[in-house]
Design a binder for this molecule. Structure first.
Ligand SMILES: NC(=O)c1ccc[n+]([C@@H]2O[C@H](COP(=O)([O-])OP(=O)(O)OC[C@H]3O[C@@H](n4cnc5c(N)ncnc54)[C@H](O)[C@@H]3O)[C@@H](O)[C@H]2O)c1
Length: 312
């Protein structure tokens, strides 16, 4: 049994990760300021410390005695990072520095950093991979790149065994509060509202089911890859038009889609090569997009009190 601190443990990826760790019999502590996360979603087998990663004392308390730190807490919204880059910096760059310092001081054996794929690399020839020179288009991407840089520095200067995982577009259960495309589309569907797509639908993403992402986090926790960066994705490119067509099949009726102008800071096309994660970590995503959408839709529908009415 190992002890895990999961920052952002009440968020979408956090609650899924914490449940898996608790099911494995690990000791788990979550640190979350509950700005977006929901404590009711947290597995009761985990301990919760309510606190902010910008608060050094709270982070030190949370890191005390923990062997593995998975740092998920972040300001995650690309569009809001454009309107308030300072707040984004304070949480994602300065906050990450705080968590790294606390992990190093607590003698943690491993530090896993939730980084991001497309937002760091920017518009580049696809698929994106770890060897590309980063060129973030948004303050969110810049702050995650700063986090990666501090992970590398803490590995180099303090011997902290860090690894940065560049997640692609993750979707799945417990994503009800997310602004990401699949969560938004399912929420609008539940609320009987039109599905809004920013752009013409030809933009692409690499959609990764949350359970597959957690496999990668657990593999990274075991691997000895100090200071390294990995793309964690499916390696498949899906346009939003194709995504909506698949969602239509999954929900079993027509969908009312509205197109609005593209939003600042978002890349147009994105998917990632997972060759390095496959070769070094033994990572293999197992869930097809159809299956993942089905599981996610089942979860969203089960939370909804109202019957889901087909759109005209
Ligand atoms: N979901 C994705 O598609 C995706 C893609 C790439 C990277 N990531 C990264 O993965 C991580 C987890 O993302 P998520 O989708 O679960 O996001 P989320 O917003 O659901 O979870 C983040 C959690 O962090 C908490 N939090 C926010 N600011 C905090 C602070 N200052 N102090 C303490 N807690 C704070 C929130 O309350 C929330 O529970 C983030 O670092 C995000 O940038 C996610």
């Amino acid at each position: 049994m190992a002890s895990y601190l999961v920052t952002g443990g009440c968020g979408f990826i956090g609650v899924n990760l914490v449940s898996r760790l608790v099911a494995q019999g690990q000791r788990v502590r979550a640190l979350d300021n509950l700005s977006l996360g929901t404590p009711q979603d947290l597995d009761p087998g985990a301990e919760l410390i309510v606190g902010d990663i910008r608060d050094s004392a709270a982070v030190a308390k949370a890191a005390h005695g923990m062997e593995i730190v998975v740092h998920l807490a972040a300001h995650t919204r690309v569009v809001e990072s454009v309107s308030d880059p300072q707040l984004n910096f304070e949480i994602n760059a300065a906050g990450t520095l705080n968590v790294l310092r606390a992990a190093a001081a607590a003698g943690a054996q491993k530090f896993i950093f939730a980084s991001t794929g497309g937002a760091i690399v920017g518009e580049q020839e696809l698929p994106v991979h770890e060897g590309m020179v980063p060129c973030p288009k948004s303050p969110y991407g810049a702050s995650k790149l700063a986090g990666e840089a501090y992970c590398s520095a803490f590995c180099g200067s303090f011997g902290l065994n860090t690894v940065a995982l560049r997640f692609s577009n993750v979707y799945g259960t417990y994503s009800h509060h997310k602004g990401s495309v699949i969560a938004q589309l399912f929420k609008h569907l539940i609320d009987g509202e039109p599905l809004v797509i920013y752009g013409d639908g030809r933009q692409t993403r690499d959609f990764l089911y949350v359970n597959d992402l957690i496999d990668a986090v657990l593999l990274a926790a075991k691997a000895n890859v100090p200071g390294q960066v990995f793309q964690i994705a499916t390696g498949r490119e899906t346009s939003l038009t194709d995504l909506v067509a698949l969602m239509r099949e999954v929900v079993g009726h027509q969908l009312n889609v509205q197109y609005q102008p593209p939003r600042a800071g978002e890349v147009f096309r994105n998917y990632a090569s997972i060759a390095k994660a496959r070769n070094v970590l033994g990572y293999e995503p197992r869930t097809s997009l159809r299956e993942g959408l089905h599981l996610t839709w089942e979860w969203f529908s089960s939370r909804s009190d109202e019957p889901v009415l087909p759109h005209a």
